[in-house]
Design a protein around this ligand. Sequence first.
Ligand code: DX5
Ligand code: ZN
Length: 230
Amino acid sequence: MARAAPLLAPSLLSADFADLAGAIRAVEEGGAGALHLDVMDGHFVPNITFGPDLVRAVRARTRLPLDIHLMITDPLRYAEDFIRAGGDTIAFHVESPVDVHATIERIRSLGARPGLAVRPDTPFETFEAYLPSLDEVMVMTVQPGFSGQRFLPEVLPKMRRVHQALEELGRPVTLGVDGGVSRETIGLAARAGAGLFVCGSSVFGTDRTPQQALRVLQAAYQGAMVDAVP
Ligand code: DX5
Ligand code: ZN
């Protein structure tokens, strides 16, 4: 039996920055469930991308939910700017040197969904206590900073643990996977419990159009889940 369509969230980091409107149209047509926006400050990660003004410009072009991934040193200070710019989910890193609880509370009190992103090598125990107060957990399967890296399968056992812990919570918390998601790896993440799939280079960096690339990812997901235990 075919599963429901996976929630695919194309990452604009891999799109042509001079034609973001075209990229947004293409992934809307391809059935994207959200847009993923990677914010990097050149300090928390060794790359710089964009800030709230770009998020605001994207917000004006689409009704898709905006999943903001903050790879910055001070998410507590900047969360509000990204929410006011139109972010629906604000995911920041548990490894950032801030009061994690206070940042989650700030995001929720401003009306957005709090999310926590975790680096590939961050152990489950370091963020387990935050799970009950979150709406999204973004498990990274590459080192944050750049698109186009290889998926790290050694993260899958942690993904399964997070999935199990979220199931036990008894309320819906989105489990996302970010990094190296492709037709070859989407099934691995799905079988480990992921429900939201960030995809950068596998949507914008192939010979196919983004519309076709999203269909390929959807088909690969269905193929991997068709005989999975329900
Ligand atoms: C990496 C970013 C990812 C990246 C994904 O730091 O968080 O969202 O854009 O790109 P791919 O899918 O190419 O790994
Ligand atoms: Zn990301």
